[in-house]
Design a protein around this ligand. Structure first.
Ligand code: FAD
Length: 515
């Protein structure tokens, strides 16, 4: 038996530092210093620098690694995120009917013993014309009034309203690097890996760096970003493209200033649909992060930059745009022999629902729980890990595709092509067919394999005006009056919460001052 004693993380972006911190914390919690965690990052190769919106799981991850919330907010110039506001996704601007919807992070209200509200919303018990998310959750009221999801007195990473964060990716990596080294015992090497040598079994024997010579470990975690230096170039783990389903493969991004230092900061990501994709707009403490994700089959780079600059208006004048290429897909074998990929090295799904960092969190969680103490048992852990990652990717891809194929936009080839049944996975087609007869239920999902729970599917489906015909089942829902009262109570609770919760900018500034 060969005991696992050392892990080497290669790459110091969000993936590298999150993986190193999480692994170091987890292994030291069981048996202090039993496994050493090293990280090597290149002084010459920069990190991607986008990836600023997160998923609510980030709160559990940051709490698990013991990072103080005030230190995190100040260091990563972070703000709170309570959901995603989808503009012009339902229909194009100017079309009659709703064009927008909100995907909040709070699950629909469910009072113990009270009726499940979705069927009653479908049967018309909510106030007329009220959107599903507005009827079942108070979160849209809160964000429309620029409220934070927590109070200063709440314990770190907690609060009455579900949330995630927006942050500056480079600053976040720096905060994690400090925390990882100072508190968790991660050993950092600043060096560029030039080549990798394999042993006779085809496992990695060592990586050879320019500045520090050979570095060896029992497990190598490839966090080298889109280049996938170890898992792709050395271990030859193939990439499964899903570009036939999700067409976006380019982004043009920019950091722009606020109009004024006290401009309110939205506590949600704004996603605005465009002719060949969509634009993200994220409010950080001192600037916005904005980017246009588009399909190169449906737009040239020049046209995309022109569309993007038109969106930005004066804010983008004189600023240089960064162009990025990517492809939606993943490596079915994220883990081969003694090499496991985390982050962009393993795969990527366009950032519509901020799944990149959430997949990093998932991968590091799985590695820490599956990591064998005996290095000879690596194969079993790899198989388990790969199956879990593939299941998550495929479900995420279905979920993202649903946003596109439910849209009523037909104003450009990008949107019509997205409705071509040949581009819609059968797994998604089957779900949608079922949900025409009845709404999504938690039994439709296996929670360990899902990133998005039932409520997220419901918010997007009904935000996009999907029709579930419950009329034939009306008699199965006899509690219309009780449901009406529940809908009214949610609105009352929202008014009370407005008094209880501080303003978003105000809270962020206070917590940063207290750091
Ligand atoms: P990188 O940031 O590229 O880091 C790679 C690291 O590897 C660097 O430190 C580099 O120095 C090091 N390295 C590379 N080669 C070597 C070498 N030879 N030797 C030593 N070190 C080396 N995710 C979200 O969750 N939310 C979002 O809103 C979001 N938006 C995105 C928008 C776009 C357009 C794209 C493309 C991605 C987005 N993502 C988002 C994904 C997110 O950016 C990534 O998941 C995240 O940044 C992790 O990147 P990484 O650490 O894998 O790679």
């Amino acid at each position: 038996m060969a005991q696992l004693k050392k892990v080497l993380v290669v790459g110091g972006g969000t993936a590298g530092w999150l993986a190193a911190c999480y692994l170091a914390k987890a292994v030291n919690a069981v048996d202090p210093r039993s496994v050493q965690v090293h990280l090597v990052e290149s002084p010459d190769i920069g990190l991607l620098g986008v990836g600023e919106a997160t998923f609510p799981s980030i709160r559990g991850t940051l709490a698990a690694i013991g990072l103080d919330e005030r230190r995190f907010l100040a260091g990563a110039t972070a703000t709170y995120k309570q959901g995603i506001h989808y503009r012009h996704w339902v229909r194009p601007p100017g079309a009659p009917g709703a064009t927008h919807f909100f995907h909040p992070f709070n699950a629909p209200s469910q009072r113990p013993g009270g009726p499940e509200l979705l069927p009653y919303w479908l049967l018309g018990a909510a106030p007329e014309g009220m959107a599903f998310a507005d009827a079942v959750s108070m979160q849209s009221t809160l964000v429309n009034h620029s409220r934070a999801p927590r109070r200063a007195k709440d314990p770190d990473y907690q609060g009455p309203v579900n949330h995630a964060f927006h942050f500056d990716a480079a600053c976040f990596a720096r905060v994690l690097a400090e925390h990882g080294q100072e508190t968790l015992g991660v050993i950092r090497h600043v060096a560029t890996v030039e080549r990798t040598e394999l042993d006779e079994q085809g496992a990695i024997a060592r990586v050879v760096t320019k500045e520090e010579g050979d570095l060896t470990a029992d497990l190598y975690v490839d966090c080298t970003g889109l280049r996938g230096m170890l898992i792709g170039n050395v271990m030859q783990s193939p990439f499964r493209s899903r570009a036939d389903v999700l067409f976006a493969d380019r982004a043009v991004a920019m950091q722009v200033p606020y109009e004024a230092p006290d401009t309110p900061i939205p506590s949600y990501t704004i996603s605005t649909a465009q002719e060949a994709g969509w634009i993200w707009d994220i409010g950080l403490q001192k600037r916005r992060g904005v980017g246009y994700v588009y399909s190169s089959r449906h737009s040239t780079d020049d046209r995309a930059e022109a569309v993007f600059r038109r969106y930005l208006g004066k804010a983008g004048e004189g600023a240089k745009a960064m162009h990025i290429k990517f492809e939606t897909g993943y490596r079915p074998e994220h883990w081969r022999k003694n090499c496991v990929a985390v982050g962009l090295a393993g795969g990527f799904v366009e950032p519509l629902e901020s799944t990149g960092i959430a997949l990093i969190e998932l991968a590091t969680y799985l590695i820490t729980h599956l990591l064998p103490t005996d290095t000879d048992d690596m194969e079993g852990a790899a198989q388990h890990f790969n199956a879990m990652m593939v299941a998550r990717y495929d479900r995420i891809i279905d979920f993202i595709k649903m946003h596109y194929c439910l849209s009523q936009r037909r104003d450009s080839a990008f949107w019509t092509d997205n409705c071509d049944p040949a581009s819609i996975p059968l797994t998604l087609q089957e779900k949608l067919a079922k949900w025409r007869q009845r709404p999504p239920h938690r039994l439709d999902f296996i929670s360990d394999l899902e990133m998005f729970m039932t409520s997220s599917w419901q918010y997007v489906l009904y935000g996009m005006e999907f029709k579930t015909d419950l009329e034939p089942m009306r008699s199965a829902y006899p509690h219309m009056e009780a449901a009406r009262q529940e809908f009214a109570m949610i609105q009352q609770a929202a008014s009370r919460a407005l008094d209880d919760l501080p303003g978003h900018r105000e809270l962020v500034e206070q917590l940063c001052r207290e750091h």
